[in-house]
Ligand binder design. Structure first.
Ligand SMILES: Nc1ncnc2c1ncn2[C@@H]1O[C@H](COP(=O)(O)OP(=O)(O)O)[C@@H](O)[C@H]1O
Ligand SMILES: N[C@@H](CCC(=O)OP(=O)(O)O)C(=O)O
Length: 369
């Protein structure tokens, strides 16, 4: 089928890991993290960072001001701190001649299909150009209603966006214990979680510090979201020497949550379950390329577009003989497809004045029936 893509890993760093429990970013610790990420990047892994720490960095930069405990104060700290945080990552990656690209997301960017696709395209473009995406929640403007609220869950959503193979949640504990190790010195590490049960949820408590958000319980929800989409998730201690490199090469550390389904399978289930918003009729060449060679659908192969749909909605795909052969999620809306159908991909930009790539429906977004 499709050629095996390089392993894609989303690595989330909690405030606890980046500050090492202090009130400020710990640059030596961040440098050690960057050293490991650089090694993996140079070996060909596709890496995405989800970084917390903006609020802690902002508080430190402003010298721990007395602020009312309002959302606006947190937004102020995040606004000041995010630029500090990204500067540190940038400077450290520069040592290894690696470029990074910043993405600040909110729940609204992921739940809206069109914005989901835009965020996905940006992440994909960064990865394809060997630039490491560095993601945080857009705390400075996000209100409670449009926030994911914690970076554990944000990282699970990002892992789905980039179709990651693995998600690592780096924190200040070795992994998930059978009770909060800050409160119970006898607590035991759980190394494998084949399924997230109510028992697992019940042992995961809140944050043990006032810097982190959510503690273990948000990590469990994140692991649940990611593993249901076929992404293995590992909670691990961030300052364990060489831990990111060792995990990437298959050693086991911390707590491993098993993927509940094959990622492609979960994507297909999603396509299958989504209501269809229209349909495309394609010519014989295109249907052969899709069916026999697992190729993407190009605008040139489309003969008819039915319905009014946006980018990212699901459409049925028919042959000219009227047989439905696939479901797919087009990269262009119905108006655009009507204009570019039958045309060569090189003409898309000239016709539309913009382009979202050469294909009408990418093979990763196709479910052949
Ligand atoms: N069952 C548990 N196992 C491990 N840690 C737990 C558990 N329950 C609660 N915690 C707390 O979760 C904290 C980690 O979460 P948090 O402070 O939000 O860190 P981060 O900034 O890395 O997201 C730990 O320091 C610990 O006190
Ligand atoms: N977006 C916030 C962090 C939110 C968060 O989930 O924090 P953490 O529990 O430390 O991963 C920030 O940059 O400060």
């Amino acid at each position: 089928m499709s050629e095996k893509k390089l392993k894609t890993i989303v690595v989330k760093f909690g405030t606890s890991t980046l500050t090492q429990g202090s009130p400020k970013l710990n640059r030596p610790q961040m440098l050690e993290i960057v050293r490991q990420l650089a090694q993996l990047h140079q070996a060909g892994f596709r890496l995405v960072i989800v970084t917390s720490g903006a609020i802690a960095a902002g508080r430190d930069y402003l010298n721990h001001p007395q602020l009312p405990s309002t959302i606006a104060s947190k937004q102020l700290l995040a606004s000041v701190g995010q630029s500090q945080l990204i500067q540190v990552w940038e400077q450290l990656f520069k040592i290894y001649d690696i470029h990074i690209g910043q993405l600040l997301l909110t729940r609204a960017d992921i739940e809206d299909r069109e914005r989901f696709l835009n965020a996905r395209d940006t992440l994909q473009a960064l990865l394809d150009n060997r630039i490491i995406p560095v993601v945080n929640e857009n705390d400075a403007v996000a209100t409670a209603e449009i926030k994911v609220g914690d970076n554990d869950n944000l990282s699970a959503l990002v892992a789905i966006l980039v179709q990651a193979d693995q998600l690592y949640l780096l924190t200040d504990q070795q992994g998930l214990f059978d009770s909060d190790p800050r409160k119970n010195a006898q607590a035991k590490l759980i190394t494998d979680v084949e399924q997230i049960t109510d028992h697992i949820r019940s042992i995961a408590g809140g944050s043990g510090t006032n810097l982190g958000t959510g503690g273990m319980s948000t990590k469990i929800t994140a692991a649940d979201v990611a593993t249901r989409s076929g992404i293995e998730t590992i909670i691990v201690q961030g300052n364990r020497p060489n831990v990111i490199v060792e995990l990437a090469y298959g050693q086991q550390h911390g707590t491993k949550f098993y993927a509940q389904t094959d990622p492609l399978e979960s994507r297909k289930q999603w396509l299958f379950a989504a209501p269809s918003a229209g349909s495309l009729t394609i010519d014989e060449g295109a249907s052969k390329a899709m069916l026999a060679q697992y190729k993407s659908l190009l605008p040139a192969g489309i003969v008819q577009v039915n319905g009014n749909f946006s980018r990212g909605e699901v459409v049925k795909i028919f042959t000219q003989a009227g047989k439905q052969i696939a479901l797919g999620m087009p990269r262009y809306n119905s108006d655009a497809l009507n204009l570019i159908k039958g045309h060569k991909s090189q003409e898309i930009e000239q016709i539309l004045g913009y382009e979202y790539g050469a294909v009408a429906v990418h093979r990763d977004d196709l479910l052949i029936l």
